[in-house]
Write a protein that binds this ligand. Structure first.
Ligand code: CDP
Length: 578
């Protein structure tokens, strides 16, 4: 696992990681043959991202910094998001994973957004949109005296464009579609993915307001508003709408929900604009035309002799913030508007992967109060040190240009280089490269099969478990097969009780445990936390409803659930279902 990664200048790559890098990350010739090794790639990234230091200090020792960045990446202490690994130092040069584009209420604006989406997807970025500004279906169109097709119909255009671009891109384009709960077409939006053939390039979330949530609690009606002029177009019972959302999520995992007022309460630059959408996986709220680059610290690498190595962690946090701030400089943006917005807020998203690995190495079960407390403490440390690093940079390089009038300015804060510093990304691919558990998720299974692009199937066995089984003398090929069948060890007597206690998987823990952990990390995260709450197939609609309410009550910014077996295709699955 991650703790075994080499620190001698060469990456310790699993066969799976090597396959992913060769297929999608390394420079290749026209016949598809790699033109660089993984360490060449990490060197290319480190050198490109160290270079901008010269802009701020002519005497900067860029070579020394590149060596430090290289060491941090090659050892898998830290990895930037995929587009930085793929594109840094190459012609495309687009380094961000997250974008939000505005969709205005005119044909010109809608199709501009479609074009911009295609440009972003081509470069490996993901796009989020709010469709809430679009007039509802059957509303009047003045210029043609016809009627509008409405937001869901226009979403199809984005979906089809994404499907087409996917064929030429390095990774599948992803979209987030958001509609406010007070939009007149909200019921159709909630149902728009009920047919599993539709909108496969979209994650959808309903944008909930505090007013709506209060109406749910009071079992009251709330108003539907025409976005064009805010006139009332009807009203609905809030509880019924909430239940429809929950029913649909139970049925096939979507829509998710996001709490719009919470995103805006934490908007550091309300004087620049209102937040209406997040990136595709929900962890990064952004203003229209903003982009953000993410990076994740691999927590499994920071356990030494059964304890957290706080001082080494602090050093890597500071270097990671420095790295991500430099990414903003080295980045080649697909549009001038995106360049300008990104440079004026300078948002970065430092997060974690390997949280479940860290807990295992510390001997703490994921579903324990101790784990929740520790999660809060670790994230507070990263957030505090991350902000300290951003202040240091602010003193040397100046605050982000929109600082005046920002919430930092209003609090009388010191210079701050970045409007946001922390975000918990899913780390879907980078955790695989680092052989770490993903984001703040529990282990999905002790052994599982992962489907990646092109239908390739990769078998993963948790390496810490394998190592431990060998050391403790309970390893056998038959047992490993049995575990792969089960996807869990909790009911296997062959595995010692203390090992079973710590090796809990996503399905061994309750949905409430998932939410408690999400809330613990959210507490000290500027942006949001990417997290999937897993339910067994037998979960009831009420179970899902309770979790949506719990997410609201515990201060989460949104929630995404998945009930096992509720969709035809699953990205992750245990071997049992193959
Ligand atoms: O691990 P990696 O850096 O590849 O990405 P991630 O942490 O799983 O996802 C971070 C963000 O990248 C997502 O929220 C999306 O904004 C974007 N993304 C995307 O656009 N398309 C994908 N296929 C995967 C991620």
């Amino acid at each position: 696992m991650s703790a075994q990664a080499s620190t001698a200048g060469q990456p310790a790559l699993t066969p799976n990681a090597l396959t992913v890098l060769e297929k999608r990350y390394l420079k290749r010739d026209t016949s598809g043959k790699p033109l660089e090794t993984p360490s060449d790639m990490f060197r290319r990234v480190a050198e490109t991202i160290a270079e901008p230091d010269k802009k701020f200090d002519k005497k900067a020792d860029v070579k020394k910094l590149a060596d430090r960045f290289y060491e941090m990446i090659v050892s898998f202490d830290f990895l930037p998001n995929s587009p930085t690994l793929m594109n840094a130092g190459r012609e495309l040069g687009q380094l961000s994973a997250c974008f939000v584009l505005p969709v205005g209420d005119s044909i010109e604006e809608i199709f501009d957004a479609v074009k911009f989406t295609a440009m972003i997807h081509k470069s490996g970025g993901g796009t989020g949109f709010s469709f809430s500004r679009l007039r509802p279906a059957n509303d009047l169109v003045k210029t043609t005296t016809g009627v509008s097709s409405g937001p869901i119909s226009f979403m199809r255009v984005f979906d089809t464009a994404t499907e087409t671009i996917k064929q030429g891109g390095t990774r599948r384009g992803a979209n987030m579609g958001i509609l406010r709960v007070d939009h007149p077409n909200i019921m159709d939006f909630i149902m728009c993915k009920a047919d599993q053939k539709l909108f496969n390039n979209f994650n959808i979330s309903v944008g909930l307001t505090e007013k709506f949530m209060e109406a749910v609690e009071q079992d009251e009606e709330y108003d539907l508003l025409n976005p064009r002029d805010k006139t009332k177009m009807g009203s609905l019972n809030a509880r019924k709408v909430f239940q429809r959302i929950v029913n649909q999520a139970w049925e096939n995992g979507e829509p998710g929900i996001i709490f719009l007022d919470r995103l805006n309460r934490d908007n550091p630059t309300p004087h620049v604009g209102e937040i209406e959408s997040t990136n595709p996986c929900g962890e990064q709220p952004l203003l229209p035309y903003e982009s953000c680059n993410l990076g994740s610290i691999n927590l499994g690498r920071f356990v030494s002799e059964g304890a957290i190595d706080w001082s080494r962690l602090k050093g890597v946090i500071h270097d990671s913030v420095h790295f991500l701030d430099n990414v903003i400089e080295a980045n080649k943006y697909p549009l001038q508007q995106i360049h300008d917005m990104t440079h004026s807020n300078r948002k970065i998203g430092l997060g974690v992967m390997g949280w479940a690995d860290m807990l295992i190495l510390l001997g703490v079960p994921y579903n324990s109060d101790e784990a929740v407390k520790l999660g809060k403490k670790v994230m507070q440390f990263i957030n505090d040190e991350g902000h300290a690093a951003s202040r240091d940079l602010g003193q040397k390089r100046g605050s982000f240009p929109n600082f005046i009038g920002s919430t930092f300015d209003k609090k009388g804060a010191l210079p701050q280089r970045n409007a946001t510093v922390t975000t918990i990304a899913p780390t879907g691919t980078i955790s695989m490269i680092a052989n770490a558990s993903s984001g703040v998720e529990p282990l999905f299974a002790i052994s599982y099969v992962k489907n990646v692009m092109d239908g390739t199937k990769l078998v993963e066995v948790n390496p810490t478990f394998e190592q431990l089984a060998k050391e403790r003398g309970f390893y056998s090929a038959e047992l490993m097969e049995k575990i792969a069948e089960h996807g869990t060890v909790h009911d296997l007597d062959e595995v010692p009780a203390d090992v079973r206690r710590v090796f809990v998987t996503a399905h061994d823990i309750t949905p409430e445990d998932h939410i408690q952990m999400q809330a613990a990390f959210q507490y000290h995260t500027d942006n949001a936390v990417s997290k999937t709450v897993n339910f067994p197939n037998t979960a009831t609609i009420e179970d899902v409803e309770n979790v949506y309410m719990l997410a609201y009550k515990t201060g989460c910014k949104g929630v995404t659930i998945y009930r096992d077996g509720s969709r035809d295709e699953q990205v992750l699955s245990t071997t049992k279902k193959e």
